[in-house]
Design a protein around this ligand. Structure first.
Ligand code: COA
Length: 228
């Protein structure tokens, strides 16, 4: 599961310092929500996970960041409170099986897992997979972009919608990745000579560099989808 996730995302995904605070606790506390799908030869086909939180159903009360999702799940866990909402945290299909329908099976299986745990609501902060091709377009315009058939232009968002999800909101600053300039050079393969904004490989938005502070900051958006 870890290896598939590591291969599915750009290296800079590890730069969210807020997520770092909670991810180990989440991993150990919610193993029952980790899913692994295998193919007919028993090989790893897809994997996904999520966490339970409490949510009023009001879109304005959704967690504003991915780290906040994790923090809330730990709070619910530690307080022994009854959660009512499953938040899909991640999904990856094995590279050799992309386009095979495994992604759809995985989302459906995650929704079924939520139901099995009596979590009435299922939401996902979707990380749009083609946003990096349009790093200068704001997320409002990107999320609203539809094909001629009226379905979302982004393929991953489209899949969520095709199987019954509705776009309910945006997390404009879902993840903030920060690190030194040299670490950003490693992550992006770019030389970064001066302060300024840079388009980076696989970046959904520009990276802002402050050479004086030796700091690179990159903020990426998610699109909230509700499945149930
Ligand atoms: C996101 C991911 C799980 C989707 O799996 P997948 O097997 O590619 O999904 P599907 O084949 O069902 O594709 C869904 C849609 O995207 C389209 N699509 C797939 N690859 C595409 C590509 N390279 N370019 C354009 N469209 C593509 C499919 O045609 C389908 O569109 P349709 O609605 O017109 O049929 C998979 O790409 C992945 O593991 N990515 C890396 C990790 C990641 O980004 N996860 C999501 C955030 S947690």
């Amino acid at each position: 599961m870890e290896a598939l996730f590591a291969g599915g995302f750009p290296e800079f995904i590890s730069g969210d310092k807020e997520v770092d605070k909670y991810i180990a606790r989440v991993r150990e506390s919610f193993r029952e929500y980790d899913l692994i799908l295998t193919d007919e030869d028993d090989q790893l086909a897809a994997t996904g996970w999520g966490v339970p939180i409490m949510w009023s159903g009001d879109v304005s009360e959704l967690p504003s960041t991915f780290a906040d999702v994790l923090r809330q799940s730990i709070e619910v866990h530690d307080a022994f409170s009854a959660a009512d909402t499953f938040v899909i945290g991640g999904a990856v299909v094995h590279p050799s099986l992309k386009g095979s329908g495994a992604a759809e099976s995985l989302i459906r299986a995650l929704c079924d897992t939520a139901a099995a745990h009596h979590l009435t609501n299922v939401v996902a902060p979707v990380r749009p997979t083609r946003k990096h091709l349009y790093p200068l377009l704001d997320i409002d315009a990107y999320a609203a972009w539809v094909r001629n058939d009226g379905t979302p232009w982004d393929p991953w968002l489209r899949l969520h919608v095709r199987i019954g999800g509705s776009v309910i909101g945006l997390a404009r600053e879902a993840q903030t990745m920060t690190d030194t300039v040299s670490r950003w050079e490693e992550w992006t393969g770019l030389e970064i000579p001066v302060s300024g904004d840079y388009i980076i490989p696989k970046g959904m938005a520009p990276l802002r560099i402050d050479k004086t502070a030796d700091l690179g900051t990159y903020v990426e958006p998610n699109i909230w989808v509700r499945h149930r």
